[in-house]
Design a protein around this ligand. Structure first.
Ligand SMILES: [Zn+2]
Length: 97
C-alpha cells in the first residue's frame, strides 16, 4: 500500500495520533486499499479551533469506495478519537473524553 503525503503537509503527529494512524493504515492495508492520500496533518490552513495545529488530527482519502466509518471507530475507540466524513476527505482527531 502506498501512503502519499501532499507536499504542503506540515510537521508531525503526537504519539497518540501516530498510534491511531498506524491502526488506520493497517485497516486499509488489510482491506486491500492501494493508495492513501494524506492532505493535512499540521498545516497553516486549519485554525486554532481544530486539533491540526498541535498534531492531533489527520485528513486523508483513499481509493477505496466503500468505507464503513463504524468499523474505524471500533478500531480506534470512540472514547479517544473522533472520525468525521467531510466532503472530500476523512478527518480523524485524537480527542480523549
Ligand atoms: Zn481535518
Amino acid at each position: 500500500m502506498n501512503v502519499w503525503y501532499r507536499e504542503d503537509v506540515y510537521g508531525n503527529m503526537t504519539d497518540e495520533m501516530a498510534r491511531g494512524w498506524r491502526k488506520v493504515k493497517k485497516f486499509f492495508s488489510e482491506k486491500g486499499t492501494k493508495n492513501i492520500f494524506v492532505t493535512s496533518i499540521r498545516d497553516k490552513i486549519h485554525g486554532d479551533d481544530s486539533r491540526h495545529p498541535q498534531g492531533d488530527a489527520i485528513d486523508f482519502y483513499t481509493d477505496n469506495v466503500t468505507l464503513n466509518l463504524d468499523i474505524l471507530r471500533k478500531i480506534l475507540g470512540i472514547n479517544n478519537f473522533d472520525i468525521v466524513c467531510e466532503s472530500d476527505h476523512i478527518h480523524i482527531e485524537y480527542d480523549p473524553e
